[in-house]
Design a protein around this ligand. Structure first.
Ligand code: ATR
Length: 279
């Protein structure tokens, strides 16, 4: 029997991960099959599990919440974008046999924004949140040359810390949610990188946040619009985008790192939406 190349996504919880399905659909585009599992781990077993996986000729791992920082520590070689993000979502062994860590989250977000016609370039961009998810996309957002970039967070000191980390890359303003209310101009693009949507909550935002043709983007996705996207729609925002495209784009970049092949994302996104019964 033919042995399939082995991959997995590791996290906790990870049972509902769409990654096995996404990579199966990617592989099918090239007439192949992969063995891609979702594996729930405890923190204490992470390091030995990862090392055993690659020792047993596993080809690649995706890493999700809450292990992205731990995976970063575990990697022997880290890409520049992983260093900037302080996190790793993709692991593989290099030609030299060392464990190589990269992150594809930032490029995933940027590609999705570009594909949907709302590239940050020349626009005013507000990033909500200052945790791991926000940090992983901030570097690529700075690089995409928005005309104004700000971070707002419930705990404003964390937003200030994050802006400070990227200080060499460009100017990033920092606001509390209350301070956002006093801004005289709106934002062209507001990206929700908080985990509030996971609990069906919305950060405590002022009503008038967007410019007339502003875009709301939630890095979270679900079979129903997230609480943040419902809030945006209530404010009259027409372009409300969830994180499914970003998920598939980051997966495509991981697939490319592992297999050197670039899948086409659109049919995979469409298929997942159909399977999730997303309107
Ligand atoms: P992640 O890796 O998903 O970013 P995290 O590092 O725990 O997870 O960060 C969670 C982010 O969501 C933080 O910015 C957090 O705000 P605080 O720094 O003030 O805690 C934000 N967050 C979570 N729940 C929230 C809520 N109900 N309202 C507003 N912000 C929330």
């Amino acid at each position: 029997m033919k042995m399939l190349d082995r991959y997995a996504v590791i996290g906790n919880p990870v049972r509902h991960s769409r990654s096995p399905r996404i990579h199966q659909l990617f592989a099918a585009q090239f007439g192949s099959e992969v063995d891609y599992q979702a594996v729930q781990l405890e923190q204490r077993e992470l390091a030995s599990w990862v090392l055993d996986f690659f020792r047993d000729s596993g080809k690649g791992l995706n890493v999700t919440v809450p292990f992205k920082q731990q995976a970063y520590d575990l990697a022997e070689v880290r890409s520049e974008r992983a260093q900037r993000a302080g996190a790793v979502n993709t692991l593989l062994t290099g030609k030299d046999g060392r464990l190589y860590g990269d992150t594809t989250d930032g490029v995933g977000l940027l590609r999705d924004l570009q594909r949907q016609g709302c590239s940050p370039e020349g626009r005013s961009v507000l990033l909500l949140g200052a945790g791991g998810a926000a940090r992983s996309v901030l570097g690529p957002l700075v690089d995409s040359r928005p005309n104004r970039l700000a971070i707002a967070n419930r705990t404003v000191a964390k937003a200030a810390e994050l802006a400070e980390l990227m200080a060499d890359s460009g100017v990033i303003q920092v606001f509390s949610y209350e301070q956002l209310a006093a801004q005289s101009t709106g934002w062209d693009l507001v990206i929700n990188a908080t985990s509030a949507s996971l609990g069906q909550q919305v950060p405590d935002l002022p009503g008038k946040l967007w410019t007339d043709h502003g875009v709301a983007y939630d890095m979270v996705y679900g079979s129903e619009p997230t609480a943040f996207l419902r809030f945006a729609a209530d404010q009259g925002v027409v372009s409300c985008i969830d994180g499914l495209g970003m998920l598939v784009e980051q997966a495509a970049e991981s697939f490319f790192l592992w297999r050197g092949q670039r899948p086409v994302v659109e049919p995979v996104i469409a298929r997942l939406r159909q399977e999730m019964h997303v309107p």
